[in-house]
Design a protein around this ligand. Structure first.
Ligand code: GDP
Length: 483
């Protein structure tokens, strides 16, 4: 293992050296897009590419506003073992006659674009090309980093304790019943391991089945297996071990413990070394509004998940983790998505809620030398702003077409008619969202809206769908490299 990671480090260093040599001719930037399932990665990645490639108006992206971007094009995806991000299919789904949201991220994928631009000024003034690699991967995989320093017994104890928390009991009941049947000291039976693992995975899936739920229990591949679905490294589960138990070979606990170690070795290590360690910048997407809607427990779960995932950004030198990989990420953006679910009067407040949720993680990542920011945005704006009267009040509301079957105040929508909704407002002080006395007060009641209908402009040209602050996100992620 030690020599393996040493060799990998040497290989990565060689890759980075090669990158930087080539970088003299053609600068490169590798951006990771992550976030838990349904946070908005696919929609964001599609919108980012579409806005750049189709030359949309992006006033806050300086290079675009100053007219210095001459051409942006898709080029062949360079990593043979990583699937290409299916941009064209996603764009077609959004723009097609039935305006569908694209298929969500379930595994890692990547796309390369080249941006021809004019350098702003100074010694290097003149034409240049920036190569941008965009790597989209499930945020659930980042949660696995928490496993590295843990052994099977500690992980098991944590998973069982989490499942026994009052707010989890409903969904955890079936797995906890199965757990009671499994004897850690019993024979290392393959079928028992499989049955226990299936039951545990069903529990994790049930946790996610609630659209607002946030799963914080690793292993991440149990939720998002990618290409590893069904492999032995993914066939294990926690057992109810007595405190202080050391799993012995020849027992069920021993088998589970071996599998747990194999998972770390063949799944977690390679992901961090081969993908994460090569990223230059990272955007972490967070559906903070959905967690707010679900209440303080979901928010606390989200905060824990973010804290776990973000350990990855602050791996310092000489730590256990740095022997596995060393990140070179110099900018991290935490972005609350779907800001079009609230009126613009709440956009800055949403950004502050985002900053509040990640404040500890932000401080750590800053300590490790990265520039960190929090924002709120919508990659695609599916709503417009209206005001509605409720009694004597004139409320800041949003209007859009809810997806067929969405229910608002008892009314079931058909997917065709527009609805004006007062989604609620976010608090002035972000700490208020954790105040149990006010639980429910900050609920944002937005349904899922259909993607917006985009009409051609006077010249018959179709512009990309509207967005909120996507240009701000881009300026943070790539602006300095287009200066
Ligand atoms: P992923 O699992 O992180 O890839 O999430 P997706 O990008 O597939 O987004 C999940 C769902 O969230 C989509 O199907 C949309 O319903 C919704 N969504 C994502 N981004 C936006 C946005 O910018 N605005 C709105 N209104 N909805 C969004």
């Amino acid at each position: 293992m030690a020599s393996g990671s040493y060799l990998d480090e040497a290989r990565n260093a060689a890759l980075a050296f090669g990158d930087s040599l080539l970088g003299l001719a053609k600068p490169r930037l590798r951006i990771g897009v992550t976030g838990l399932s349904r946070s908005g990665k696919t929609v964001f990645t599609t919108a980012l590419i579409q806005n750049l490639v189709e030359g949309a108006r992006l006033p806050v992206l300086k290079a675009a506003a100053e007219g210095r971007i001459s051409r942006v094009r898709l080029v062949p995806q360079p990593d043979p073992e990583v699937p290409r991000f299916p941009y064209e299919a996603h764009r077609a789904a959004l723009a097609g006659p039935d305006r569908r949201w694209p298929e969500s991220t379930r595994r890692i994928s990547e796309l390369r674009i080249e941006i021809d631009y004019e350098r702003a000024a100074g010694w290097f003034k003149g034409p240049a090309t920036l190569t941008l690699d965009i790597v989209d991967y499930p945020g659930e995989w980042l949660l696995d980093l928490a496993l590295i320093g843990q052994d099977y017994a500690a992980w098991s104890a944590q998973a069982v304790a989490d499942a026994r928390k009052a707010h989890r009991l409903g969904v955890a009941g079936a797995w906890l019943a199965d757990l009671a049947l499994r004897d850690p000291e019993g024979a290392p039976d393959e079928l028992a391991a499989e049955a226990a693992s299936d039951s545990f995975k069903a529990y994790l899936a049930a946790l996610r089945a609630d659209p607002e739920a946030v799963a914080v229990t690793p292993p991440g591949r149990f939720l998002m297996p990618g290409d590893l679905e069904g492999s032995p490294a993914l066939t294990f589960a926690p057992l109810d071990l007595a405190p202080g138990t050391v799993p012995r070979a020849g027992t069920l606990a021993g088998l589970m413990s071996e599998r747990f170690e194999a998972y770390k070795r063949v799944v977690v290590g390679p992901f961090f070394r081969e993908h994460f360690a090569r990223l230059d910048r990272q955007i972490v997407l967070v559906d903070a509004l959905a967690a707010l809607d679900a209440g303080p427990e979901a928010l606390a779960d989200l905060e824990t998940a973010l804290g776990q995932a973000l350990t990855a950004f602050s791996v310092g030198r000489n730590s256990l983790l740095s022997s596995l990989f060393s990140p070179r990420i110099d900018r991290v953006l935490f972005a609350a998505t779907k800001a079009d679910h609230v009126h613009h009067t709440s956009h800055d407040r949403l950004a502050r809620v985002m900053a509040h949720l990640v404040q500890r993680a932000m401080a750590k990542a800053q300590g490790a030398g990265a520039t960190v920011e929090a924002m709120a945005f919508a990659a695609i704006r599916a709503t417009r702003e209206v005001r509605i009267r409720e009694g004597r009040d004139d409320l800041p509301a949003i209007a859009g077409v809810p997806e067929a079957g969405e229910v608002v105040d008892g009314e079931v929508f058909d997917g065709r008619s527009e609805a004006a909704i007062f989604p609620g407002e976010l608090p002035e002080r972000p700490e208020a969202i954790f105040d149990h006395a006010q639980a429910g007060h900050w609920q944002i009641r937005a349904p899922r809206f259909r993607p917006p209908l985009v009409k051609p402009d006077a010249g018959g040209r179709m512009a990309p769908p509207p967005h909120i602050r996507l240009d701000r996100v881009l300026e943070f992620l790539i602006g300095d490299r287009l200066a």
